[in-house]
Write a protein that binds this ligand. Structure first.
Ligand SMILES: Cc1cc2nc3c(=O)[nH]c(=O)nc-3n(C[C@H](O)[C@H](O)[C@H](O)COP(=O)(O)O)c2cc1C
Length: 200
């Protein structure tokens, strides 16, 4: 399976780091294209203290040791993720800024992240947007509706608590597991709901 992960400038760099770790260790994933926006780079630095170049990210700083990951510059509109013929099977934008959401909603393709997302929609491939913003303006809500109608899935960075998280990673993994579910990759990061025991 060939997947694309894009990191944009919304808060939640930990989600991006964990998605990359999990997908790069997943045997069914043979290739992972990574695209980081300039604001995404800034957020990685601000929230995780990681200094990455958007052209050649230091993958070991992100906790990734895998040769499967290939980084592309967000302005390289000739890179493979810009074309449907490259045959990617899905894409997750983690986290997804409301700026990038808006671009996807109107079909703007002025950088590689927006173009790759447009390609996923036209090729009818899974496109997962891990949005993070609160409160939500009517503009953003309408953009969420537009991308959902076009075939994308909004996995809002909005973890549940019913798996009884003990730490931040448990909350992050709640979202990461849902991202993987929608990329059609089964992982077991947090317990899945199996119903409540009925009182006898
Ligand atoms: C510290 C910081 C935190 C931000 N957090 C968010 C956020 O949680 N959600 C969001 O939609 N935008 C957020 N933004 C704004 C985006 O970074 C901004 O809209 C930018 O244009 C996104 O660019 P990109 O989509 O190319 O990454 C944040 C900006 C900064 C500086």
């Amino acid at each position: 399976m060939k997947l694309i992960v894009a990191i944009t400038g919304a808060s939640g760099a930990l989600y991006a780091q964990r998605v990359l770790q999990v997908l790069s260790e997943e045997p069914s994933v043979e290739h992972l294209a990574l695209i980081i926006s300039e604001q995404g780079r800034m957020l990685l630095n601000h929230e995780l203290g990681i200094n990455v170049s958007i052209r050649r990210p230091n993958l070991s700083a992100l906790g990734i040791q895998s040769p499967k990951v290939q980084a592309y510059h967000p302005e390289d509109l000739a890179a493979p993720p810009a074309s449907g013929s490259a045959g990617y099977h899905g894409m997750a934008i983690v986290p997804c800024s409301t700026n990038t959401l808006a671009k996807v909603a109107i079909g703007l393709a002025d950088d590689l992240i927006a173009r790759a997302a447009q390609v996923m929609l036209k090729e009818r491939k899974p496109l997962i947007l891990v949005t993070r913003e609160t409160p939500l303006s009517l503009v953003t809500l309408r953009n969420m509706v537009a991308v959902t109608e076009a075939g994308a899935t909004i996995v809002d960075a909005n973890p549940g608590f019913y798996h009884q998280p003990q730490n931040i990673l448990d909350l992050v993994d709640f979202i990461v597991q849902r991202v993987c579910d929608h990329l059609k990759i089964t992982v077991h990061l947090v317990p899945r709901w199996e119903g409540r025991e009925r009182p006898s």
